[in-house]
Design a protein around this ligand. Structure first.
Ligand code: TXA
Ligand code: MG
Length: 336
């Protein structure tokens, strides 16, 4: 299949493809999504196939107004309505009881459904002009870092999807926060662009799913159980100072390995390849997936990065790094 490159002033072409049951990549403010008609089994099957995504991992559905939620849910709990009013359009996916009208492939057979109104003009125009709710997981091959540019999408999915709408680099750089509003407590299943602190300022206490602090617990967000965001070379988190990081890098170099490093400043390291994630967590979120992807263009054997304090948007950055590392944490002071 030839993948059409669609400029953001050619949205009509994207609308036509979506209405024909095709799947296309679209920009959002978080990462690029791979969009298809949420009520069309054929389109949804194409999404799972193009990504190589396990069929037990449900998709989230993108809408363009709060009214459009009524296509997929019969009622909105008051706490969810307050989150919508405060954070939509934006990087917040809200899990609600499904009314069963989305393709059963979208919800992977669950009785709940994730909804989000993206804050991106091209995505909103695609939804409005097609008149469809758009199921859209991140537009990467399953397991790879999510795409933050149209070129990242092409690198993973060229020839496997009908089109890519190029909206330039995405603004936030990590995915939306996934929050479960089906029970008595509001629980974050996946940290993301909207922070726990921002939500608590609006609705009071918000819980973190046990899986986010204890990797042994059974994940409630099916997607969280798979290895994610991983470059080819193994990633290790270093629980220590910047000096500890450099010491670990020196040791591994002495063992004959080529080392990559990710750092939260602009200073060099002893590693063969160092990528800077900038000096703020907002910039780190924007740069993270591009940096992880770029390691695959190098010949490093191992990648090292310091742990960070998981508060605010750093909770999302830390969660993605922890997943990329497959949970491998080095404790240099303890281990020494
Ligand atoms: O920012 C984002 O959320 C991007 C852009 C394209 O909108 N989309 C995205 O989709 O990251 P995806 O499919 O890569 O991640 C959605 C996450 C997965 O971890 C999935 O398991 C979880 O949401 N999820 C979806 N439906 C769910 C449900 N009913 N209950 C619990 N978790 C659900
Ligand atoms: Mg994803």
């Amino acid at each position: 299949m030839e993948t059409k490159w669609i400029n953001s002033n050619e949205i009509e072409e994207g609308v036509r493809l979506l209405q024909a049951g095709e799947i296309i990549a679209m920009p959002t403010e978080t990462v690029y999504g791979l969009a298809g008609d949420a009520m069309n089994d054929v389109a949804i099957r194409k999404i799972f196939e193009a990504k190589g995504r396990p069929s037990d991992n449900p998709l989230i559905v993108h809408i363009a107004s709060i009214e459009q939620t009524s296509l997929f849910v019969d009622s909105i709990p008051p706490v969810a309505k307050r989150l919508m009013d405060a954070f939509w359009p934006g990087a917040l996916t809200i899990i609600l009881p499904s009314n069963g009208r989305a393709s059963s492939l979208v919800t992977a057979g669950l009785d709940s459904i994730g909804l989000r109104m993206p804050n991106h003009p091209a995505a909103l125009e695609l939804i409005r002009k097609s008149g469809l709710g758009l199921a859209a997981p991140s537009a990467n091959r399953s397991g790879r870092p999510s795409p933050t540019t149209a070129q990242h999408v092409a690198d993973d999915l060229n020839g496997r999807i009908a089109g890519i709408v190029d909206g330039g680099p995405t603004g936030i750089g990590v995915e939306s926060t996934v929050v479960d509003c089906t029970g008595d407590t509001v629980t974050i299943l996946r940290p993301g662009g909207v922070t726990r602190e921002e939500m608590e300022a609006v609705i009071g206490p918000v819980a973190l799913d046990a899986n986010l602090s204890n990797d042994e617990a059974a994940p409630r967000s099916p997607g969280m159980k798979y290895t994610h965001y991983a470059p080819t070379a193994p990633v290790f988190l270093v629980d220590g100072t910047r000096e500890d990081l450099e010491r670990v890098i020196e040791e591994r170099k002495q063992a004959g390995l080529r080392i990559g490093a990710l750092v939260f400043d602009e200073n060099p390291t002893p590693a063969e390849v160092t990528y800077s994630l900038g000096t703020s967590m907002e910039v780190a979120a924007q740069r993270l997936y591009d940096a992880l992807r770029r390691f695959d263009e190098t010949d490093v054997d191992e990648i090292y990065v310091n742990t960070i304090e998981p508060v605010g948007v750093a909770l999302a950055v830390y969660n993605r790094l922890y997943k990329a590392a497959g949970g491998k944490v080095v404790h240099p002071t303890k281990d020494a």
